[in-house]
Design a protein around this ligand. Structure first.
Ligand code: N01
Length: 541
């Protein structure tokens, strides 16, 4: 993709940050449906957003592709064919490329262009956006589609720059696929990325060393090739499927959840867990019993079940025990989905190293040295160590709002938003799937469409009313922050010591819930009510 070379000063109606699911839909919505003059930016060389960067072996969606896709255009959803139930990264990237072609979106996007600053000009009532290519662009409205899991956590291991082998970040994987054939590979991190990568790396590496700090509750994804009959039925019923998805907590049309794991017999519980385990996806987490995320005793039944299944799959009992999470409830860290993950540890050439008991002390030129002095010699090191989630992408852009207020200052104690969409003091800046919205706990493409539609309706409303500015009232923002915190306190989430949901994976990051835990339907109803009441809680001027 040819990069734009302009350092020009330009003015538009809407500036859009990102060319992933959010940015692409925003370009289409504002340019083609509202008829506005838009310009978008992405640091990447082409469209794709998170699916552009996360191209590590095994990268795959964990919500069924038929659901994890745009719903805004009937022809698009009818014409596209997914080859698998849960598609791998290259296919998702092709899909986003197809969307860009179909709606001719690339002509409105400057690629290889990173947004380095965004400042509100109160006199002109518009934003000034600066890029690393020297561009200065102005617009009344800014849509951030900068993503939620798009800023990889900085490597926190001393000596990493002196390692003589190759270092790869799952969240910023090279385009030329590295070869691991016959090589000594180490990987740090067993979250969703690590687990997907380990399952694949185990097949090719000469020797794979997995450095695990906190084991995870991974359950089967249940991937399979697309069944033509099922595809035809899905396409015929897409309208109903999307409606059911939008009325579900997680944005998927699952319907079998029972109220309580504690209200049924042990046999019935086992039957439900077996059924969800065998069908795969997030069913065991979200479609088994409704109290798993809220009641520790209910959660224990699911956690015990998963641990039993891990022990069945891993031959060496000591390794199996090391892979069993014991010190945090199931689902309080994002549960990964897997294919043959646990079986990888039955191979002679895969070794599991416990870096909770014996932490990584440093990266040496030859490999990884642990606190007790043991050194693991490696040719390649893969860091699957996660992201500065939800707030990181926004705080990285040097955003300065009304009266010189920096977003970093306003959010010093954690994100302050209204609806997870706007922040007081930052007028006309819409943060698509921002912190304190359902975002990563909602099917992302649908969450994105809802937010972009909200922003488009708000802007259309302003224009019809010959108004210029929408901004949350400070009281409404305070109440929303309180509400999201209260919702989190009613769940088991705050009990996890390292979950990125709570900002707990980044040293020094305030421990605040980063997602809205009331579920997508309640959130959508709240947004609709606010609009119905004349954008209640927003100041329109
Ligand atoms: O990151 P993570 P991720 N020493 O934060 C370990 C989405 N996603 O990239 O738990 C040793 O989950 C850390 O250990 P601990 C999905 O929402 C989706 O895997 O902090 N270890 C943990 O094991 C997901 O939740 C898909 O003790 C260190 C790991 O690194 C989110 O992205 C695929 C360490 C980080 O796990 C993030 O997933 C991939 C240290 N100093 C991602 N620092 C799909 O399937 C960190 N770790 C769609």
């Amino acid at each position: 993709m040819a990069a734009s070379t302009t350092t020009a000063r330009t003015t538009h109606d809407v500036l859009i940050i990102g060319a992933g699911f959010a940015g692409l839909y925003a370009v289409h919505k504002f340019r083609d449906q509202l008829g506005l003059d838009v310009l978008a930016f992405d640091a990447a060389g082409d469209v794709g957003g998170t699916w552009y960067w996360n191209r590590y072996p095994g990268a795959r969606v964990d919500i069924e592709s038929v659901h994890y896709s745009y719903s805004f255009d009937e022809d698009l959803q009818q014409e596209w064919h997914w080859t698998e139930k849960f598609c791998a990264q290259p296919e998702i990237l092709s899909y986003l490329g197809h969307v860009a072609d179909r709606f001719d979106l690339r002509r409105s996007i400057r690629f290889n262009t990173r947004v380095t600053g965004l400042t509100w000009d109160d006199d002109a009532a518009e934003w000034e956006l600066r890029t690393d290519r020297g561009g200065v662009h102005r617009a009344k409205y800014v849509i951030s589609g900068a993503g939620t899991l798009s800023v990889p956590k900085k490597p926190e291991f001393p000596g990493v720059e002196d390692f003589r082998g190759e270092v790869y970040l799952t969240g910023n994987w090279p385009h030329d696929e590295p070869s691991f054939e016959g090589r000594r590979v180490g990987i740090i991190g067993v979250g969703s990325s690590g687990i997907q990568a380990i399952s694949e790396l185990a097949k090719t590496a000469g020797h794979l060393t997995v450095f695990q700090r906190t084991p995870n509750y991974a359950t089967p994804i249940g991937n399979e090739p697309t069944d033509p009959a099922e595809e035809a039925a899905n396409k015929a019923g897409y309208r109903r499927i999307r409606e059911a998805s939008r009325n579900h907590f997680l944005g998927v049309p699952y319907t079998d959840v029972q109220p309580s794991a504690l209200a049924v017999s042990a046999e019935e519980r086992r039957r439900v867990f077996d059924d969800r385990w065998n069908r795969g996806g997030f069913r065991l987490f979200i479609d088994a019993f409704g109290d798993i995320l809220f009641d520790k005793a209910a959660n224990d039944t699911a956690a015990d079940y998963i641990r039993d299944r891990i022990r069945e799959r891993v031959h060496d009992p000591a390794t199996a025990e090391l892979l069993c999470p014991t010190d945090y409830p199931y689902g309080t860290k994002r549960p990964p989905l897997e294919t043959d993950y646990y079986e990888a540890y039955n191979r002679d050439d895969v070794e599991l190293v416990d870096v909770k008991a014996n932490p990584v002390a440093e990266i040496t030129p030859r490999g990884v040295r642990l606190a007790d002095g043991t050194e693991h010699e490696l040719d390649c090191l893969v860091l699957a160590t996660g992201f500065d989630a939800c707030t990181g992408p926004l705080l990285a852009m040097n955003i300065v709002g009304r009266d010189g207020l920096a977003l970093t200052e306003h959010w010093a104690d954690g994100p302050q938003t209204y609806l997870g969409l706007m922040s007081a003091g930052f007028p006309n800046l819409f943060m698509i799937t921002g912190p304190q919205s359902p975002s990563v706990l909602y099917n992302m493409p649908l969450a994105i469409e809802d937010h972009v539609d909200f922003a488009a309706d708000a802007i259309a409303h302003l224009r019809q009313s010959t108004l210029d500015v929408i901004e949350p009232e400070a009281d409404a923002e305070r109440a929303w922050v309180e509400h999201t915190n209260e919702l989190a306190q009613a769940t088991l989430l705050p009990t996890s010591p390292t979950s990125w949901y709570m900002g707990a994976n980044i040293p020094g990051k305030p421990r605040r819930v980063l997602v809205y835990l009331g579920g997508a339907p309640a959130y959508r109803a709240k947004c609709a009510e606010i609009v119905h009441n004349g954008y209640q809680g927003f100041r329109l001027t």
